[in-house]
Design a protein around this ligand. Structure first.
Ligand SMILES: Cc1cc2nc3c(=O)[nH]c(=O)nc-3n(C[C@H](O)[C@H](O)[C@H](O)COP(=O)(O)O)c2cc1C
Length: 372
């Protein structure tokens, strides 16, 4: 493609997402950075980080706990206390002042927690008492062995749905432009979806329809708070992260997407297969198959470059493209992609936790030019 054709591509042009006008089709993927303050409250550095990345058409916040039970990592933000809502108000204000839009990603980690992070030192909860077979829990005392989680009682499930609804209400109060239900990457909702982690024999386990029940109930609950065109959902059909597996992911996710069609959501966000998934024996679900099943806006994420993003939009595989690691290192990513400019390299050592180094000190093109 010529430089002019890239520069003028619809990827870099405004896009109408339901009733929201985005300045381009490039999305900041949700990225946990473990830099919230005590009480899991967003702080001034978090405001700067998101403000810097308001170059995206849409920002999706880092995963944010809906409840104390939903916590799975140190220093990750929540949306279940007044202090957290106040912290998020600062982030939203900063993004809006830069002309950006921001959705909050709603998170419950399920079994990917540790009793040291749970209220009263309780065991983490999950659909079933199945311990993740790989990885370790990240705690305030360092990495620890995962524990076998406690299977949620049937009578506790309405309480989980209510926690999502309450978090959605608080997100509205904080001024967000929308919310994304995190049903990807091996956390609670994904644990219910897949038969590798869901061994229940009640209405929430077994048949695909049953395993999709909790996700659909959560969506129903948040849709009583938010209009559908301001609600997205994230799924990772091919993902193996956090010990995920399923006997027939294509059937599972096709079923779910067909159900989602009727909701007319803002978008469905698909985390595409990556090398680690394939190494772990993950069964690849082609995004083309998902595209056929889903009739609304599709957002894709995973190893995208400018070239692949342009291809995805041109081929109508997706309406929106999210960038994760490249956006960590390049706050002005859309401009750099549009100009074909060189990209800063993300420093993996500062991804999770630490100071402002590797967080809010990546330079923009103009800052780099000024320092020469
Ligand atoms: C540091 C880091 C933190 C992440 N945190 C989240 C998160 O909070 N929620 C989520 O859904 N995905 C999370 N992901 C996955 C990313 O959103 C994205 O799917 C992944 O990085 C692949 O996109 P990329 O190749 O453009 O980086 C995280 C990834 C990284 C590298």
């Amino acid at each position: 493609m010529t430089t002019t054709a890239v520069k003028d591509h619809p990827l870099f042009k405004p896009f109408k997402l339901g009733s929201i006008e985005l300045k381009n089709r490039i999305v900041l993927a949700p990225l946990t950075r473990n830099r919230a303050s005590a009480g899991n409250v967003p702080n001034a550095s978090n405001v700067t980080y998101y403000r810097q990345r308001s170059t995206a058409g849409l920002i999706i916040s880092e995963a944010t706990q809906i409840s104390p039970q939903g916590v799975g990592y140190p220093n990750t933000p929540g949306i279940h206390t007044d202090e957290q809502v106040a912290g998020w108000k600062g982030v939203v204000k900063g993004v809006h002042e830069e002309g950006g839009k921001i959705f909050l990603q709603l998170w419950h980690v399920g079994r990917i927690s540790h009793s040291s992070l749970q209220p009263d030192g309780a065991l983490p909860v999950a659909p079933s008492a199945v311990k993740p077979h790989e990885g370790m829990a990240m705690t305030y005392e360092g990495m620890k062995e995962f524990e076998t989680p406690r299977a949620l009682e049937l009578s506790e499930i309405p309480g989980i749905v209510a926690d999502y609804r309450r978090a959605a209400e608080r997100a509205l109060e904080a001024g967000f432009d929308g919310i994304e239900v995190h049903a990807a990457n091996g956390y609670l909702l994904d644990q219910f979806l897949r038969d590798g982690s869901n061994k229940r024999t009640d209405a929430y386990g077994g048949a695909i329809e049953n395993r999709c029940r909790l996700v659909l109930e959560v969506l129903q609950a948040v849709l009583e708070v938010w209009p559908a065109d301001k609600v997205g959902i994230r799924i990772s059909p091919s993902g193996t992260f956090n010990s995920m597996s399923d006997s027939n992911p294509e059937a599972l996710f096709t079923f779910l997407l067909e159900k989602l069609n009727s909701h007319k959501l803002a978008y469905v966000h698909v985390v595409e297969v990556n090398e680690a998934d394939l190494r772990h024996g993950g069964r690849k679900v082609d995004t083309e198959v998902l595209r056929k099943a889903y009739h609304g806006n599709l957002m894709v994420c995973g190893d995208y470059t400018a070239e692949r993003a342009i291809q995805a939009v041109d081929s109508k595989l997706a309406e929106l493209v999210a960038f994760g690691r490249l956006y960590i290192a390049n706050p002005d990513l859309p401009q750099r992609l549009q100009l074909g400019a060189e990209l800063n390299t993300p420093d993996v050592n500062t991804f999770y936790g630490g100071t402002d180094k590797g967080y809010i000190d990546y330079p923009t093109l103009s800052e780099q030019a000024a320092s020469v």
